[in-house]
Ligand binder design. Sequence first.
Ligand code: F6R
Length: 242
Amino acid sequence: MNILKFRNDEDFVETGANLIISLLQSNPKAVLGLATGSSPVGVYARLVEMHRKELVSFSKASSYNLDEYVGLPVNHPQSYRSFMNEHLFNHIDIDPARTHVPDGNAADLKAECLTYDKMLEDYGPVDLQILGIGSNGHIGFNEPDASLSSGTHVVDLLEETREANARFFHKLEDVPRQAVTMGIGGILKARQIVLLVRGEEKAEAVKNALEGPITTQCPASLLQSHPNVVVLLDEGAGKWLK
Ligand code: F6R
């Protein structure tokens, strides 16, 4: 694991964006694995800026997002499809048909999960997977549990995750109770994983994930078993590391 700690935001964002830009320069058809949430926002903004300066093109790339809420209309401002359009897709030259976000409104969610995994199998593996981490150690929406699912699946969100995400909604009751998420097995198939973490409130999760035992009670700790992980931390997120 390559763990990089940054004193300033600018360097954090630039390093994250440069990993994606170099990949696209060497492999314009790269398959990107993308996350939503506050952690990657700065990196996406930098990618948009670099695209506007014509320093990076996504025209041949494709993308697969980690997760989506169940039952939230796709055009709801807090759907993950809306998030990705707003923060990245609408501002770059990626072909919208090659951007994939699980359909949380599919009539048959089980079939949707199987279709998503089949696409990843047929068109993957993901070359570079962006991840954030929840304060409870979740990645994607793989919540701490006695066992973890390998493939894409429907998950019941823990109350702590709904509470953490309530900041994006008017009230807690508006936060969906379920999500579709890629499973841990799917995430670990990526060739490279880039974990972005900012803020002191994530320091404990980061310590458990990177230095604790590998356990399903901290899903991010399974990243220790992956051969190519880069972790970008700000000072707050890295404060408990040895
Ligand atoms: C989002 C996702 C989640 C977030 C995590 C951290 O697609 O899969 O695992 O990465 O909840 O969220 P933020 O970055 O908002 O702290």
